[in-house]
Ligand binder design. Structure first.
Ligand code: GLA
Length: 377
């Protein structure tokens, strides 16, 4: 990995700017730009890439954590606003990120007690959330500097997670491709292979607020989750193995419902995470891309749909944000100021044989995709 000193990087602005014109019509356009984004504390250079589509929607993605740093999307009057939380520089991400916008790996969400058994061998993972393993451990994929390459269509990010990194068996070779389409979709394609049996569950951890990042809480956003069931958790937010119908509970988002309407209801599942912080079991018929969720923000008219191949989605209402992090544009990230919709296999699956398998073996390909699509109403 190339090294760059912090001093030299601070004043270097745009390093490279390339414009690609794709397709035949003038409306088919993706502008791609690469710039220096400083360096990590150990001096590893970090770059930031900007993708802009025909309607001006813009995604900025950096190589540290393969992280979506900003996402500018139009409202019903065409006014662009940044709809994801993020920080000003790499140093801040290293110090105070709450997984803002990153790729989470090798395993998204929690693995109980940081242990699992695969083919008769017990593996002990790094423990970083009470007694449990969360989002890949102490140094998950969110804290790695990825290699990046723009192939004329998408931004391909590459990372090799070494055998026994954070306790996981096998060298895992991962490619995540971000594509911004002219249909206002941010598409994320995940691909991985391993040289030993392992577990793998990758996701993106963007914190959305469709009213604009860091301006207000999420409570008036109207959420729909295409899920008749969810996976209840214990007091440590570890899935218990149960799959429970949402019907008649505050977990029912089968029809668009304001996030704030029932979030503080006296329902035992809303106690462990202080609100919504659960995996929903998506209604699916096979492994095709299906609509998992939609969110509407009434003041701006912004509408986001989430499509995925994955069987589950973590809806986290940011109950752990507490105003202690100041992010981009000097905005303070207060209680419930955003929401995450992390497409995934179910949390703690390595310890739950009844859940869809997360085991990846040599010769197999881990392949999954998620689309965040934006429009207005
Ligand atoms: C996930 C978890 C939450 C929390 C956030 C990160 O969504 O489910 O409990 O850990 O990530 O802060």
């Amino acid at each position: 990995m190339k090294k760059r000193t912090l001093g030299s990087s601070v004043f270097v602005l745009l390093v490279l700017s390339i414009v690609f014109w794709a397709g035949c019509g003038d409306s088919e356009m993706t502008i791609f730009e690469k710039a220096d984004f400083g360096a990590t504390k150990d001096g590893t250079a970090v770059d930031i890439y900007t993708l802009t589509n025909a309607s001006g929607m813009e995604a900025k993605i950096m190589t540290y954590g393969a992280t979506v740093v900003s996402l500018k999307v139009g409202d019903r009057d065409g006014k662009l606003d940044d709809v994801v939380l993020g920080l000003d520089n790499v140093g801040e991400y290293e110090e105070k990120s709450r997984y803002f916008g990153c790729i989470v790996g090798r395993y998204g969400n929690r693995i109980g007690k940081g242990k699992f058994t695969l083919d008769g061998t017990e593996y002990t993972l790094a423990v970083n959330n009470g007694e449990n393993h969360l989002h890949g451990g102490l140094k998950g994929f969110d804290k790695a500097v990825w290699e990046a390459e723009y192939d004329g269509v998408g931004l391909k990010m590459h990372y090799v997670s070494k055998d026994m990194e954070e306790g996981y068996p096998g060298n895992l070779d991962v490619t995540v491709t971000y594509t911004l389409t002219d249909d206002n979709e941010l598409r994320i394609d995940y691909f991985a292979t391993t040289d030993k049996p392992t577990v793998c569950n990758l996701t993106n951890h963007s914190y959305f607020n469709l009213a604009g990042q860091g301006l207000r809480d999420n409570l008036d956003h109207e959420l729909m989750l295409n899920a008749d069931n969810f996976t209840p958790v214990d007091s440590d937010l570890i899935t218990t193995g149960e799959i429970r119908p949402v019907k008649g509970t505050p977990m029912d988002f089968t029809k668009p419902t304001a996030i704030g309407l029932r979030i503080d209801d006296d329902y035992e599942q809303l106690k462990p995470g202080g609100g919504y912080d659960h995996n929903w079991v998506l209604n699916k018929d096979g492994e095709d891309m299906t609509l998992a969720a939609s969110v509407y923000e009434p003041t701006t008219g912004r509408f986001m749909e989430v499509f995925t191949i994955e069987p589950g989605i973590q809806f986290y209402a940011c109950n752990f944000l507490d105003g202690s992090v100041t992010g981009k544009e000097s905005r303070v990230y207060k209680y419930r100021y955003a929401f995450c919709l992390e497409t995934q296999h179910y949390p703690n699956s390595p310890n739950r044989p009844e859940f869809p398998s997360v085991v990846l073996r040599p010769g197999q390909e881990y392949k999954t995709s998620t689309i965040y699509k934006f429009s207005t109403k």
